[in-house]
Write a protein that binds this ligand. Structure first.
Ligand code: BG6
Length: 477
């Protein structure tokens, strides 16, 4: 599927990495002064693991970094838990929390691994939900800026790559990630008020990063993917564009151009769900223009037109881990997602689509012309530890190989991509599918409810990815 004749490769300095997030792999949920965050307080789905121990990285970070070194990682994406640093959401700093991240960052640097740090990955301190309903209130902006300031001052001399908010869109579509509840308001008014507050939070983080971290590079993490029209009916193409706007450009435009996308704003006003602006918001949004875009990509979508009179279907997860148990979302007047018969899906019904990855990258770059770092991409699967003590995750190798090739083609197409952090370096807690849905190069020996010995075991994909890094992206078929 070459578009140009001259092949391109990965730049010499390409940052081959791995990714994770605090509540999904640190464990130690109530140790050394950490207070609960919203993810700790959500009861897990029946039979699934909670956040309490996860991969126990908090206690095993040293050995984990040794494994990262062996894998050859050049960069590593992780997040800082707000409630480990500021257990009350603000005020007194927990020095034990600072000490943990100091050790982690120092050890990464000692091993020549560049730290890439996410400020907010779904895990607001729970006390802020109780106090003022989290991101639904503008009060969060003062507390979030205090958190950013503490973190930049503590770690900014050693960390130069910063990520602001992880996947604002998921936070909106899956309300459990928001740390607030709609109370008696219409769902969508609350949702888009939070969207506005998150965008302001991003801009505040960018401004503070530039103030406290000389030489920093800062950007938001956007979870977005292309969608295809289900048929060649013009209405379905319109539906696909509607989805681009509602799930993608609406957020990119706020982050990068500092303004609401015009047709998205009309959509909000028409439904009476537009957020209120306070004085200064317009200017603040403009000041949030990032240095780069961080992209999370797993799958593509396919859509058909949905009439205004249709009944809304909210976003939902396949909780069973059996193919076909998915309910596709529908937004009246905009689009309904549906199955794509040309694409294979995972056991959780995510459509695997490397060509869609390339197309997503091109669409973003053509529109915004900012360098891109991939901060998540990977395959969630049921891995089996066999009697010989090995994990033959050939399916993951196939998935990653095809996506890395697609990324290379996107570079050849002219997209500037400078890093790739597959999700995830090691197995960790899935956001909705417990510990059974695994993503890592390193297996963590536990099940949903039996912690076993939490031993780390290299999967087949570990050795494969090590060679990809060593050869700067060569994929052997
Ligand atoms: C992204 C999140 O949306 O997808 C991660 O940033 C998450 O936190 C990842 O784990 C995969 O999703 P899931 O539901 O399979 O864990």
């Amino acid at each position: 599927m070459e578009y140009l004749k001259k092949p391109a490769g990965f730049p010499e300095s390409f940052m081959w990495g791995g990714a994770s997030a605090a509540f999904q792999y640190e464990g130690a949920w109530n140790e050394d002064g950490k207070s609960p965050n919203i993810m700790d307080m959500i009861p897990p789905h029946e039979g699934m693991a909670d956040t309490h121990v996860t991969s126990d990285h908090y206690h095993r970070y040293g050995d984990d970094i040794t494994l990262m070194k062996e894998l050859g990682l050049k960069g590593y994406r992780f997040s800082i838990s707000w409630s480990r640093i500021l257990p009350n959401g603000r005020g007194k700093v927990n020095q034990e929390g600072i000490a943990f991240y100091n050790k982690l960052i120092d050890k990464l640097i000692e091993n020549d691994i560049i730290p890439v740090v996410t400020l907010y990955h779904f895990d607001m301190p729970y006390c802020l939900k109780e106090e003022y309903n989290g991101w639904a209130s503008r009060k969060i902006l003062d507390d979030f800026s205090e958190f950013c300031e503490v973190v930049f001052k503590a770690f900014g001399s050693r960390v130069k790559y910063w990520l602001t908010i992880n996947e604002q869109i998921s936070i909106l579509f899956y309300p459990k990630f928001t740390g607030s509840s709609p109370e008696d308001e219409k769902d969508d008014i609350w949702r888009y008020r939070m969207n506005h507050n998150f965008s302001l939070g991003h801009a505040i983080a960018v401004k503070l990063c530039r103030k406290y971290v000389p030489g920093c590079k800062v950007g938001p993490v956007v979870g977005w993917n292309v969608s295809y029209p289900a048929t060649s009916k013009p209405e379905d193409s319109l539906a696909s564009y509607n989805r681009d706007v509602i799930q993608g450009y609406s957020i990119f435009d706020l982050y990068i151009q500092g303004k609401y996308n015009p047709s998205f704003w009309s959509y909000l006003c028409d439904r009476g769900i537009q957020p209120e602006f306070s004085s200064g918001d317009k200017d603040l949004l403009k000041e949030g223009r990032p240095d780069f875009i961080a992209l999370n990509y797993y799958r593509s979508a396919t859509v058909k037109y949905a009439f205004l009179e249709s009944r809304e279907i909210k976003h939902q997860y396949n909780l069973s881990g059996k193919k076909g148990n998915i309910t596709y979302p529908l937004r009246p007047g905009a689009y309904q997602e549906c199955k794509n018969d040309y694409l294979e899906v995972t056991d959780w019904d995510w459509a695997m689509d490397p060509a869609g990855f390339r197309l997503t990258l091109r669409k973003i770059y053509d529109r915004y012309e900012l360098p891109i770092m991939i901060t998540e991409n990977g395959l969630g699967a049921y891995d089996v530890l066999d009697d010989a003590g090995t994990i033959n995750d050939e399916y993951r190798i196939q998935y990653l190989a095809k996506h890395i090739k697609a990324m290379k083609l996107a570079i050849q197409d002219g997209v500037e991509i400078f890093g790739y952090h597959p999700w995830s370096f090691m197995d960790l807690l899935s956001t909705s599918n417990g510990f059974s849905k695994r993503y890592g190069f390193v297996y963590v020996n536990r099940t949903e409810n039996d912690l076993k010995d939490l031993r780390r075991i290299r999967k087949k994909s570990f050795y494969w990815y090590r060679n990809v890094i060593k050869t700067n992206g060569e994929i052997v078929d």
